[in-house]
Write a protein of this length. Structure first.
Length: 190
């Protein structure tokens, strides 16, 4: 399958994840928390499944490479904001997650403006993938525990700090990579 294909199963799953994000927000705002965490779970499963299927079916596409991280950001940033507004997560965690993503997106925009082909030069790194898993697990744990009324402050403390640490480390790794690319593509001094 060509890299310019659009309607592949992995791309459709990614589009479904994007479309589930506002539905999740509506369920959350209307305090239908059971539906909200089910929607989040389904969206999270599409995230795992789209990459897996793209690899095994050889359906990696340029559109998928662009949409997948956007879908992740849309879902996770929105969810962290919702949880912080409700008081279910500390606001600083949401600020950290949103800030990291804003810095990465801003840096990518600067590099792109500078003429660096960021799509071919920046790939997801292991700490970023681990961070995404930590964020998803934290959100899912918070939503399920709040929906069903069980509490584990120690486990929540661990998940919050694990997510914060991986968010910071992955942000630093991407900023470092961005500076490396900027230096590689800077004009030579005369």
């Amino acid at each position: 399958m060509g890299r310019d294909a659009i309607w592949t199963v992995p791309n459709i799953l990614t589009i479904i994840r994007i479309l589930l994000t506002p539905v999740f927000v509506m369920a959350y705002i209307s305090e239908n928390f059971t539906l909200a965490w089910i929607l989040f779970l389904v969206a999270g499963l599409t995230d795992a499944l789209d990459g897996f299927l793209a690899r095994i079916w050889n359906q990696r596409t340029q559109l998928g490479a662009m949409l997948d991280p956007l879908a992740d950001k849309a879902l996770l940033v929105t969810t962290f904001i919702c949880l912080a507004v409700k008081g279910w997560l500390p606001a600083w965690v949401a600020v950290l997650v949103v800030s990291r993503d804003a810095i990465i997106i801003g840096g990518l925009s600067v590099l792109n403006f500078w003429g660096v082909d960021v799509r071919s030069r920046i790939r997801p790194i292991w700490i970023s993938k681990f961070n995404t898993v930590a964020q998803i697990f934290l959100v899912f744990f918070v939503m399920v525990s709040r929906t069903f009324g069980f509490d584990s402050p120690l486990f929540l403390f661990f998940l919050v700090w694990l997510t914060a640490l991986t968010t910071i480390l992955s942000g630093i790794a991407y900023v470092r990579r961005g500076f490396e690319l900027f230096a590689e593509n800077s004009p030579e001094p005369k």
